[in-house]
Design a protein around this ligand. Structure first.
Ligand SMILES: [Zn+2]
Length: 288
């Protein structure tokens, strides 16, 4: 199966009360690991790509070709969406033209009128081509690829205005943060999430900053309409940790342990393991 838009998998998740994992990719190891975990879990999956990560991988077209090639080689059968994460207006259009099956246009840093106007444009451009769109209201705290969010909590009325533009999914700031959560973090504003869910109807909601949110809070958010959960930092942390252990154990100094296929293997396996764990937590196991 080739890439699919995120729309159908999100509607099903929302209806049946689970969430689809969105895992950010950085290179071939990340793509292989996440696809393997999804296939072995028989779960739909969303591969997220920030504009910075796409630049690192030498452009949107390369990302599309690499993901499609790896999917074909691995004989992936579960639904896979390739999704631009926190896209700019120009970036979202460029991704659609390059073959992404889903895009996020993050207009949360504009005032609400400009966010509405630009989101509307992207929805029109995307829908004409069968591509799904994620919009954002109220910025997510912390930094992601140079985009700094103050962590403001979304206004449910503004969420309704954006949700009504024809987007397939909506990200709303509810106290979630990119990166590691600080020790004095106050937790998700589930009260606000409930208001957003009530006012936007059946809109699949997106929870960014999925690393470090306690499991029970994640599960409660899913009951309040969250159908897509973004995980990025956690894969990076487990990859770095496993690689550190390999090198600290001097394994790169033994035999051909310096071979990148050996050196990167423990980190790659750590990503497979954490993605499987998240899929089970989000409830999308066997939902392909
Ligand atoms: Zn995000």
């Amino acid at each position: 199966m080739g890439l699919v838009p995120a729309k159908e998998m999100l509607i099903k998740a929302r209806k049946e009360g689970y969430a689809i994992g969105h895992f950010n990719i950085n290179n071939m190891e990340w793509i292989k690991a996440i696809l393997l975990a999804a296939e072995e879990s028989n779960s739909p999956v969303i591969l997220g790509v920030s504009e910075g990560a796409a630049k690192y991988m030498t452009g949107f077209k390369t990302v599309v070709n690499m993901v499609e090639g790896i999917m074909e080689y691995m004989k992936i059968t579960v639904p896979v969406a390739l999704h631009l994460d926190h896209g700019s207006y120009e970036g979202a259009k460029a991704c659609i033209e390059a073959g992404f099956s889903s895009v996020m246009f993050d207009g949360s840093h504009y005032d609400i009128d400009e966010n509405i106007q630009k989101t509307k444009d992207i929805v029109k451009f995307a829908n004409e081509r069968g591509i799904s769109v994620e919009a954002e209201v109220g910025s997510i705290g912390g930094e992601e690829d140079g985009i700094l969010g103050g962590g403001e909590v979304a206004d449910p009325k503004e969420c309704k205005l954006i949700a009504d533009l024809g987007v397939e999914m909506l990200a709303a700031g509810i106290g979630n943060i990119h990166g590691k959560y600080p020790e004095n973090w106050q937790g998700l504003r589930l009260d606000v999430l409930k208001q957003i869910n009530d006012i936007t109807g059946n809109m699949p909601l997106v929870l960014h900053g999925g690393t470090g949110i306690p499991n029970d809070m994640v599960k409660e958010a899913i009951t309040l309409g969250v159908a897509k959960i973004n995980v990025n930092t956690e894969c990076q942390l487990v990859f770095a940790d496993a690689t550190r252990k390999y090198i600290e154990a001097d394994k790169d100094l033994q035999g051909k342990g310096f071979d990148p296929r050996k050196l990167l293997a423990p980190g790659t396996q750590a990503i497979v393991d954490i993605v499987k764990e998240k899929i089970a937590l989000f409830g999308s196991l066997d939902k392909a």
